[in-house]
Design a protein around this ligand. Structure first.
Ligand code: ADP
Ligand code: MG
Length: 515
């Protein structure tokens, strides 16, 4: 195929075409719930006092091009990744050793670890854990590469978001490509758009089926008399990305007939309880709007509690402890959240030392383990006399790296030339909190057009990040009850931006055309 069709993608829009496409996309997003709550900063003071407004999620007008082989590889590895992180979580002693490095220097990690220790002392009553994961990748094409490969940006074990909205963007682009059939109406004619649509995106049914599997596995009520059962979504106050979450709860209710409630973190201690007389420690949720019908919570899905700002006071830590010590199945447990630390990913990526991958995946073929290992970009700790420290402090090598703390949710990393100065500005004893990672080198020529939530239309060079979703339900002895891969997320950011989060405002939701 003529290479220019890639560099000429997406086709240029003249002003009338752009206006038509933008109008179509704006209307489609609201019509179909591809929406977010507006950022208060984007509105005049007092414009939404009653909290009724919604706006389009930031979306690309075109699907981005993505190498088919890379997409398939990422999908093929997901169930292995699911198992890897389940098994790491089961190996508390291994995890404890990794966490030891961080506990002294990182208050957040230390507080999470204390929650685990408190429940361990009392004894865990729920052997099952649920993971709703997303493994994030970029396509890596270093200058002399013969073929593109995927490198993992990070593995998310808590609040892995955008399954709901991502399925909708796939639907949006598919519809724009398919209607009217065969005629270049929504998009100008381009060979890469001719007769192609994005691959199916099953994120919503897959993630909801994971939650339903946990709900089912919980078994009957542990209360006497018994209570009706429910799933609880623990959410941030004033969550702007609520429609992404509702896509999952609606699927659970409509398809699996499971009652789902949303509870803000500040409401946990007032609206849930564990009867002290019941050694099974069921978590009882009493809805304030229906106090005479308490529910027993089978499964807790955390879309909060992943970042320090979700814990406003000790009370929020007490609330996390209440959830953790209960009989509800946690998605995720504190231990599984900790297994998702950047530090764990750095230890797994170590080229020498113990073969952690083979240890955690004893039944996986060695060729699959090497494929998985191939997705790791080089990562280093910053220990004295180590290679990481040398690379981070030297301005010439620092520019090829990113420095990451043990945090989630975007906006926490230090990039490239800023690394040496940043490290010198903090006490050397704190360097253990960070890992250094080599920058992945995405294709330099990709372009797209973005409709932001405030209506701005931007076009230019972009970098894409593919997330693949997976779910796993397992028992603390390592038995796996449910392990599925399904659905994906494409996020696209301006090439000049180092960061990537959609919720953090850096990138847009996208879909893919496989090439
Ligand atoms: P977070 O937990 O905050 O999402 P990430 O590890 O995903 O942290 O990093 C945030 C963003 O930084 C990513 O979405 C990506 O855009 C960029 N990034 C992270 N690691 C790399 C890397 N090794 N190479 C290139 N970009 C990276
Ligand atoms: Mg990320």
């Amino acid at each position: 195929m003529d290479e220019s069709i890639y560099s000429n993608y997406p086709p240029r829009l003249d002003p009338a075409q752009e206006q038509f496409l933008v109008t179509t996309v704006k209307d489609w997003t609201i019509h179909n719930g591809l929406t977010v709550r507006p950022s208060p900063a984007s509105l005049p003071a007092g414009a939404d006092e009653k909290g009724v407004l919604a706006t389009n999620a930031p979306v690309t007008l075109f699907p981005s091009l993505f190498p088919k082989s890379c997409f398939e590889e990422a999908e093929a590895l997901q169930k292995v990744y699911n198992e890897l992180y389940a098994n790491i979580t089961c190996d508390t002693a291994w995890l404890e050793k990794v966490m030891e490095e961080l506990i002294d220097v990182d208050d957040f990690i230390s507080s999470l670890w204390k929650v685990h220790l408190a429940v361990r002392k009392e004894g865990y009553v729920q052997p099952l854990s649920l993971g709703l994961y997303r493994s994030d990748y970029m396509v890596h094409v270093p200058p002399n590469a013969t073929a593109p490969s995927i490198k993992q940006v990070e593995f998310n074990t808590i609040s892995s978001s955008f399954g709901g909205l991502s399925s909708l963007v796939t639907g949006l682009h598919t519809e724009l490509l398919s209607f009217p059939p065969g005629l270049p109406i929504s998009y100008p004619k381009h060979p890469l758009l001719d007769g192609r649509v994005p691959p199916e995106n099953t994120a919503v049914p897959t993630l909801a089926a994971g939650l339903a599997a946990a709900h089912e596995a919980y078994g009957p009520s542990k209360s006497t008399p018994s209570h009706p059962l429910c799933v609880l979504f623990i959410v941030q106050e004033k969550e702007r990305n609520i429609f992404d979450q509702l896509a999952l709860s609606t699927q659970l209710t409509r398809v699996h007939k499971v009652p789902v409630f949303r509870l803000a973190t500040s409401e946990i201690l007032t609206q849930t309880s564990i009867p002290s007389s019941n050694p099974s420690r069921p978590l009882i949720y009493t809805p304030p709007f229906s106090p005479s019908t308490p529910f027993e919570v089978t499964t807790i899905y955390l879309r909060s509690f992943y970042t320090p700002s979700d814990y406003k006071s000790e009370r929020d830590w007490d609330a996390r402890l209440q959830l953790e010590r209960s009989a509800a199945i946690k998605c995720p447990t504190v231990l599984n959240q900790l297994a998702g630390c950047k530090k764990v990913q750095q230890v797994l990526a170590e080229p020498s030392g113990p073969d952690n991958l083979s240890h955690f995946l004893p039944h996986t073929e060695s060729s699959v383990i090497s494929n998985l290992r191939e997705t790791f970009a080089p990562q280093y700790d910053l220990s004295a006399n180590g290679r990481g420290r040398e690379l981070a402090l030297n301005p010439e090598t620092a520019v090829n790296h990113v420095l990451k703390p043990q945090r989630e949710g975007g906006g926490n990393n230090i990039y490239k030339a800023e690394i040496p100065g940043f490290l010198r500005s903090i006490p050397e004893t704190d360097w253990k909190r960070w890992v250094l990672m080599e920058m992945i080198q995405p294709p330099p020529t990709a372009k797209n057009v973005v409709l932001r939530s405030d209506g701005q239309v931007l076009s230019g060079h972009v970098i894409g990040e593919l997330g693949v979703f997976g779910t796993i339900l397992w028992k603390d002895n390592g038995d796996i009850i449910h392990n599925e891969q399904g659905g994906w997320l494409m996020r696209t950011k301006g090439k000049e931006s180092n960061e990537g989060g959609v919720a953090a405002g850096f990138s847009s939701l996208d879909s893919v055309i496989l090439i």
